[in-house]
Design a protein around this ligand. Structure first.
Ligand SMILES: NC(=O)C1=CN([C@@H]2O[C@H](COP(=O)(O)OP(=O)(O)OC[C@H]3O[C@@H](n4cnc5c(N)ncnc54)[C@H](OP(=O)(O)O)[C@@H]3O)[C@@H](O)[C@H]2O)C=CC1
Ligand SMILES: O=C(O)CCC(=O)C(=O)O
Length: 425
């Protein structure tokens, strides 16, 4: 028996179900390659703990909304569960489960002692005031309180959340504990025990992965970045700093293009001022879909899952895709791109810089000690480059794509942990 991907009616499938199907498909391929038995496959396909909560939010006008929140611990065989919290309207239990599963393989792949988790609230944070967001966050944390803790499950930022959200989580947990517990969450502000280097860590990892995959000077290499949030904006900046020519970026409101190269720092200042890339005066407007199909050397999807599908994959002209986002490429698109000779640095490797520096933040918190920016950066670089080199070797030795190799390593380590612990009958 292989890992079961449930059969669903395509027209009714939600983005979350699609993400979970992709994650199960990737697990199935890795399990097959590793020759895992049915019991272990089923265990790895099933989250260890899943909690769905109702979160009441008192709005500024006095009305009460109730939204759904989730925390899924996919696996804890190698250490405490670890993974971000997402606030987005289309978040559902399926999406959170997929994201938690990818966290498990990611942590195992880069060799940090964590399992995988993810959290989410089905809400559009952009329509809430700061006070409403704070009330929502605190109530959500109170609802998932039995699951989280510095030795159990450690949240972090993801789509729609930031260091302010992490500060509220840290405070809510600490008030319940009766003392300050900085290690309950990572991606915190520096003043509450955050780590130097965490803000740009995922993007720095994307830069390291891109330069490693290119294997040559990035001078003049053209890049398009989908998503200009915490990961995309700094990935664009770091790639431009390294000498690449970032020619297009997008966010929800639109995409902009300048074939001579965008001044990323100026564009970031524009976004801070106006809230979006749309209307940026030193670039032309572009349709969202066009960005993915531009004739560039490198494409960095850094928004949501399912961006590159069977429909647009045949039109993707980038020779290298570096996945800043989790799950941006569907399995069908993966096959098309592999046949076209496109190299994909998969999410669980390319965007691992974030959780690596989260781990370093947590280690500093647990020791009540802090490291310099360069100490953090050296450790990040070592772990990223080490993992990349292992993935390349396994891909070459077994004739696999980088994604398949990364999953074989990640899934293999988790399977081995289960077998050694004897948790699995
Ligand atoms: N933050 C982290 O440390 C990590 C994040 N990731 C992954 O990186 C990805 C991005 O996360 P993060 O940067 O934190 O999230 P943010 O919320 O900070 O940014 C998301 C960005 O994506 C944009 N976006 C959303 N939908 C689309 C679309 N259809 N087309 C173009 N742009 C779109 C948003 O636009 P707008 O601003 O207009 O809403 C925003 O610019 C996610 O997949 C996340 O899971 C992975 C590892 C770590
Ligand atoms: O920093 C972390 O702990 C997790 C970041 C995250 O959610 C991710 O890697 O997808």
């Amino acid at each position: 028996m292989s890992v079961m991907v449930p059969s669903r009616t395509p027209a009714l499938i939600t983005p979350g179900q699609q993400a979970l199907d992709s994650a199960l498909h990737q697990l199935g391929q890795a399990a097959e390659e590793l020759g895992l038995d049915d019991g272990l496959r089923t265990m790895l396909a099933t989250p260890r703990r899943s909690l769905t909560v109702s979160v009441p939010v008192r709005r500024e006008d006095g009305s009460l909304d109730v939204v759904q929140g989730f925390r899924v611990q996919h696996n804890v065989s190698r250490g405490p569960a670890k993974g971000g919290i997402r606030f987005h309207p289309s978040t559902d239990i399926h999406e959170v489960t997929a994201l938690a599963m990818w966290m498990t393989w990611k942590c195992a792949l880069v060799g940090i002692p964590y399992g995988g988790a993810k959290g989410g609230v089905s809400v559009d944070p952009t329509v809430l005031s700061t006070r409403e967001l704070e009330r929502l966050t605190r109530r959500y944390v109170n609802e998932i309180l039995p699951l989280i803790g510095p030795e159990k499950d450690i949240p972090a930022p993801d789509v729609g959340t930031d260091e302010q959200t992490m500060a509220w989580i840290m405070d809510t947990y600490s008030v319940n504990a009766g003392y300050s517990v900085p290690g309950v969450v990572t991606g915190k502000p520096m003043t509450l025990g955050g780590s130097l280097g965490r803000t740009g860590a995922t993007s720095r990892g994307v830069q390291i992965a891109t330069l490693t995959a290119l294997g040559r000077s990035p001078e003049g290499v053209t890049v398009a970045v989908q998503g200009f949030g915490k990961v995309g904006a700094l990935a664009a900046q770091y790639l431009a700093d390294a000498g690449a020519r970032v020619v297009a970026v997008s966010d929800v409101s639109g995409a902009v293009h300048n074939s001579s190269g965008l001044d990323v720092a100026d564009l970031r200042a524009w976004v801070t001022e106006t809230g979006s890339v749309a209307g940026y005066r030193h670039a032309d407007a572009l349709a969202h879909d066009e960005l993915l199909e531009l004739d560039v050397d490198v494409l960095v999807p850094a928004a949501l899952e399912g961006a590159i599908t069977a429909s647009n994959a045949p039109h993707v002209r980038a020779r290298l895709i570096v996945e800043g986002a989790n799950g941006p490429t569907t399995p069908e698109a993966d096959e098309i791109l592999a046949a076209q000779g496109t190299t994909i640095v998969p999410d669980i490797l390319a965007n691992a810089g974030g959780v690596i520096v989260s781990y370093l933040e947590w280690v500093q918190n647990m020791q009540a000690y802090s490291w310099s920016a360069s100490e953090v950066e050296v450790r990040l670089r070592d772990l990223m480059e080490g993992a990349f080199s292992e993935v390349k070797s396994v891909a070459a030795a077994r004739g696999l794509t980088l994604r398949q190799a990364a999953h074989v390593i990640g899934v293999g380590r988790v399977a081995e942990a289960h077998q050694m612990r004897g948790l699995y009958p």
